[in-house]
Design a protein around this ligand. Structure first.
Ligand SMILES: Nc1nc2c(c(=O)[nH]1)N[C@H]1C(S)=C(S)[C@@H](COP(=O)(O)O)O[C@H]1N2
Ligand SMILES: [Mo]
Length: 159
């Protein structure tokens, strides 16, 4: 079964599957209340970090897709209100919506405008890595590279 790995600067690194995420506090029945236009249910990132126990030295969080092809690393302080979307109508979040696990930061900047932008809303999330200093980041920096990624993106969930 699909799981989300959480490791790095954590006291108890571990995997979370659908059932484990469902048992955490901080459930959000409708993520659309926080992120307009988005559907599904989720859980607060904070609940996951509480569960694994953040080490004091951690400064950044890296969100990596399950296939390892996409990663974004942002300061932890910027994602205190982030949500992991993982359910849709009581089942898992479908790949068409970035499932089974998708990262969402409410109130992000537009693409390529800063360190914490919409590009960090990683789909098909497979691993969360907590680190001292910035971690792996594959987000495109030029507009051209970003446009190319968006064209590829439309087909990613079919891979
Ligand atoms: N796994 C994965 N997640 C990704 C991307 C990607 O290429 N692969 N693109 C990012 C970028 S650049 C943006 S702007 C948003 C777009 O998400 P949306 O299509 O749901 O608006 O997803 C982000 N998450
Ligand atoms: Mo983006």
């Amino acid at each position: 079964m699909a799981h989300l790995r959480v490791e790095g600067e954590a006291v108890s690194p571990r995997n979370f599957d659908f059932a484990a995420l469902s048992r955490l506090p901080g459930q959000i029945a409708n993520i659309g209340c926080f992120i307009p236009g988005r559907e599904g249910g989720g859980v607060r990132l904070q609940s996951i970090l509480d569960e694994v126990g953040l080490e004091g030295a951690a400064t950044h969080i890296t969100l990596e897709s399950a296939d390892g092809k996409f990663a974004a690393s942002v300061p932890l302080e910027a994602v205190w209100d982030a949500i992991i979307a993982y359910r849709f109508n009581d089942g898992p979040l479908p790949p068409q919506k970035g499932g089974p696990f998708r990262f969402f930061i409410p109130h992000v900047e537009e693409c390529t405008t800063g360190e914490v932008d919409a590009c960090a809303n990683v789909k098909f999330l497979g691993r969360i890595y907590l680190s001292r200093g910035p971690g792996r980041d594959t987000r495109p920096t030029s507009k051209a590279a970003h446009d190319t990624l968006h064209i590829q993106e439309k087909h990613q969930h079919l891979a």
